[in-house]
Ligand binder design. Sequence first.
Ligand code: JHZ
Length: 402
Amino acid sequence: MPCRACGDAVTQFLDLGRQPLSDAFRSPDDVSDEFWLHLKAVVCHGCHVVQLADPVPVERMFHEEYPFRTSSSRRMSSHFAATAERLVAGLAAPDPFVVEIGSNDGTMLATIADRGIRHLGIDPAANMVGEALARKVNARAEWFDAVTADRVRDEFGPADVVYAANTMCHIPDLPGVFTGLETLLADDGIVVFEDPYLGDVLRLGSFDQIYDEHFYLFSATSVARIAELHGFALVDVEHLEVHGGELRYTLARDGRTPSPAVGALIAQEGRERTHELPRLAAFAAEVADRRDRLRDVLDGERAAGRSVAGYAATAKSATVLNYCGIGPELLPVVYDTTPEKQGRLTPGSHIPVEPFPQDLADYPDTFLLFAWNHAEEILAKEQQFVDRGGRWIRYVPDVRLG
Ligand code: JHZ
């Protein structure tokens, strides 16, 4: 398949094998066939964007039972409150209009709504739209595309800001999104979006950022090129520490001068050969090595008779569990705070997901930390586990037990 963003040729550099849909947590009595895809990553020779090799079924991924909730992390909730304040501070129009694509449970827009600013959230997950509406956020269960963009502009007028967090990289039809943005955005409006950064994935070896929902892995270089194809310019870029390292991109089409950060990061990506095959092949070799070492650590814990449980049934954990061949025999349970995941089985690997034990005495000897991107928040609240001798297994930025 050619590049979904620009149509140029692509080359494969990573094969993560057969994978289920990362957020398809199954009920234990569900006997229907599970959906599988072959998870391979490729890089484009034209725009340099990293993407999945094969199509992903978007309607099966994002629907009225989508289980991920933005507010499931305290740190992310404060990140989005701060983001909303920044967006509000930058609004100059007399009666501004803010649109969020992939608004989920309305965590970010709640602050915008509180300020009395006109806004609209658009998200295909009707259950999450329901939660957003319950917190007085104006949201609709729809896909964002050219047709939706037309309708929204007719109804509300042009948008001064279109924002998206952990959403742009989820939409294979990126050209369709850009057509919508061309329609919806005010002439002097901005598009702001943030997604996991290829540079961080390579640096940390965080291969679990690659799964069905993360169709693209962006960089400053690739976003600048893709934006240009649609008459937009990348005018600012900011590194974010959240979710294991992300970039926040700002696009505009009004000829404003890009900030120095844009050129600096593109130059750095060039120096680090971020999009070149030898660098990507080295990453793939590191991933295979990490798989073997992670399995060794789990085998060691089992041989020593120490109990191990997974910490957080993240979407990312699907890649780890299925690529490393970890099932209930090595990891009998994964604990998670999300009610919709509890009582279900992890996708593909079929490990029971349960609520965290109430009593510390029921904690395992060792936790395998799947939500490594929230380590600070989690380690702070699990200090007692460590105090009584509990240990963590990590696999980002390297395999480590301690
Ligand atoms: P977290 C999701 O990925 C899916 P996931 C999506 N594709 C994406 O891009 C990112 O979010 C943004 C649990 N948890 O945030 C709750 C605990 O149990 O790393 C959730 O099930 N205890 C849209 O799933 C899961 O982790 C905790 O203390 O990889 C969320 O994991 C915390 C903090 C979380 O995203």
